[in-house]
Design a protein around this ligand. Structure first.
Ligand code: ATP
Ligand code: MG
Length: 394
C-alpha cells in the first residue's frame, strides 16, 4: 500500500459562518500554506466542509502536523489513505490499512458525506466490520476498541484513517481584522495577544521601555516574544516605544500613588496613535481583574477613559494559574520570567492607589502637555518586523 498522503483538516466554528464561510476557509488555506512552507506539502485547498492537504511522498508527517497544529481555525487533522468512492475499493484499502497494524479489538466508524452513495453509514460499518473481522481475527468492540477505523465517503474520494492530531481551534488569523496588543514582557500580555490571534485577529505589538532611565532587557524580551508569536500569525510588527520622556514629566507632576494609572493612560493614548496608523481597530492588554492594584475596576475605568478605541482584555476573567498554564503551553513563559525592569514600577510607590478618580487624574494631566508627549513618544517608536516564508507559488 502507498503511504497515506491526504490530510483531512476539520474546522468547527468556520462551518457556522454561512455565506461568509469561503472568506474563512480561504484564509485557513493560506495560513496552512505558510505554516507548512518547506515541509513538503504539495497542495492545500478548500473542499466540501473541510480543508484538504496533499503531502509530497517525502514529507514528514510529524513535522507537518506539528506546524499545522499552530494554525488557528483548524480543530483536527487526520492523515488518511485515499480510495475511489466505491465499496470494493474502500474495503480493499481498509483491509490493507488493517494489515499494517496489530490490534485485538476494533470498530469501524463510517461517515457518508455523499448521501448518494448506495450504502448507508450503518451498512458500511457492518459490511466493513465483517471484512476486517474475517481478515484479522480481531473482535469488534464499539466502546473501547484498540483501533477505530474511520471511513469517510465523499463524492470524489473515500478515505480511511485511524487517528487524529488536535488543532489550535479558534478562527484563522487575519480573518478578524487587526488589533494593537500592548506587550510588556511579563507573563500575561503575550497570552492576551495570542488569545486575540486565536479569535482571528492579526496583532501589531507595542512595547514601552524606559531606556535610558533604566538599562533593562525588556526590549530584547519583547523581540523574543514577538518572534515567538509570529509562528502563529506569519507577519508581525513590533513597535518599541520610549516612555522615558513621559515618565520624567509624570514623576515631576504626579503624586506617587497615581503614577501607575497615569503611565498606563499615556501608554493607551500612544498605542492608540500607533494602532490607527496600522489600521488596527482595538487595543489589547493582559489585564486580569483584581490581579494587581492597577487592575481594580475603578482603575480599569480610569484607564479606559483615555482611549476612544475599545480596549480588549481577553484575560480579564482568568486566574493567574490559568494564565501561567497557557503561557507554558504556547511557549512564552520561559521568556516572560527572565528578569527585567518593569517600566511601570519606575518611581512608583509600593502601594499605588486602587481607586484613582476621574477628577484626580484630570487634575494631574492638566499640568502636562498630553498631546505633545503622546506625539513625541509615538514618533520615536522603533519598528521591527518578522515574516514567515511564503509558500512557493505553483
Ligand atoms: P504582564 O504580565 O502582561 O506584564 P502584569 O500582570 O504585569 O501584566 P501590569 O504590569 O499591570 O500587569 O500590566 C497590565 C497590562 O498593561 C499588560 O498586560 C500589558 O498589556 C500592558 N503593559 C504594561 N506594561 C507595559 C509595557 N512596558 N509595554 C507595553 N504594555 C505594557
Ligand atoms: Mg507587567
Amino acid at each position: 500500500m502507498n503511504p497515506p498522503r491526504d490530510v483531512l483538516v476539520r474546522f468547527h466554528e468556520i462551518g457556522l459562518k454561512g455565506r461568509n464561510q469561503p472568506v474563512f476557509t480561504r484564509r485557513l488555506v493560506e495560513n496552512l500554506q505558510r505554516a507548512t512552507a518547506g515541509a513538503g506539502v504539495e497542495s492545500v485547498w478548500a473542499a466540501r466542509m473541510m480543508v484538504r492537504m496533499r503531502l509530497a511522498p517525502a514529507a514528514d508527517w510529524s513535522d507537518v502536523s506539528r506546524r499545522a497544529a499552530q494554525v488557528f481555525g483548524a480543530v483536527k487533522f487526520s492523515l488518511a489513505a485515499r480510495a475511489e468512492p466505491a465499496y470494493d475499493a474502500i474495503e480493499r484499502l481498509l483491509l490493507e490499512t488493517a494489515r499494517d497494524r496489530a490490534f485485538s479489538s476494533f470498530r469501524v466508524s463510517a461517515n457518508r458525506s455523499d448521501k448518494r452513495f448506495p450504502l448507508t453509514s450503518h451498512d458500511l460499518n457492518v459490511r466493513l466490520g465483517d471484512a476486517v473481522r474475517e481478515a484479522s481475527g480481531a473482535r469488534v468492540d464499539l466502546v473501547r476498541p484498540d483501533v477505530d477505523f474511520r471511513v469517510e465517503v465523499g463524492r470524489e474520494d473515500a478515505f480511511v484513517y485511524t487517528g487524529e492530531v488536535p488543532g489550535a481551534g479558534g478562527l484563522p488569523v487575519g480573518a478578524g481584522g487587526r488589533v494593537a496588543a500592548l506587550l510588556s514582557g511579563g507573563i500575561d500580555s503575550p497570552v492576551a495577544a495570542w488569545r486575540m490571534m486565536r479569535r482571528g485577529c492579526k496583532a501589531v505589538l507595542i512595547h514601552f521601555h524606559s531606556f535610558p532611565l533604566v538599562e533593562g532587557r525588556s526590549r530584547d524580551k519583547a523581540k523574543e516574544l514577538a518572534a515567538l508569536l509570529n509562528a502563529w500569525q506569519y507577519d508581525t510588527r513590533l513597535h518599541l516605544v520610549p516612555l522615558a520622556g513621559v515618565q520624567r514629566r509624570v514623576i515631576l507632576e504626579t503624586p506617587g500613588p497615581l503614577r501607575v494609572v497615569a503611565y498606563r493612560r499615556f501608554m493607551i493614548r500612544i498605542a492608540e496613535a500607533l494602532a490607527a496608523k496600522e489600521g488596527a481597530h482595538a487595543l489589547v492588554t493582559g489585564e486580569s481583574l483584581g490581579q494587581v492594584a492597577s487592575q481594580t475596576l475603578r482603575n480599569i475605568a480610569a484607564i479606559d477613559q483615555a482611549a476612544a478605541m475599545p480596549i480588549l482584555r481577553p484575560l480579564v476573567g482568568m486566574d493567574k494559574t490559568e494564565i501561567i498554564a497557557q503561557a507554558k503551553a504556547i511557549g512564552s513563559f520561559e521568556t516572560s520570567i527572565l528578569p527585567d525592569e518593569d517600566c511601570c514600577a519606575l518611581f512608583t510607590p509600593r502601594s499605588p492607589s486602587t481607586a484613582v478618580t476621574p477628577d484626580e487624574i484630570a487634575d494631574v494631566e492638566a499640568r502636562l502637555d498630553v498631546p505633545a508627549l503622546v506625539a513625541e513618544a509615538a514618533a520615536a517608536a522603533e519598528t521591527h518586523d518578522w515574516h514567515a516564508p511564503r509558500a512557493r507559488a505553483r
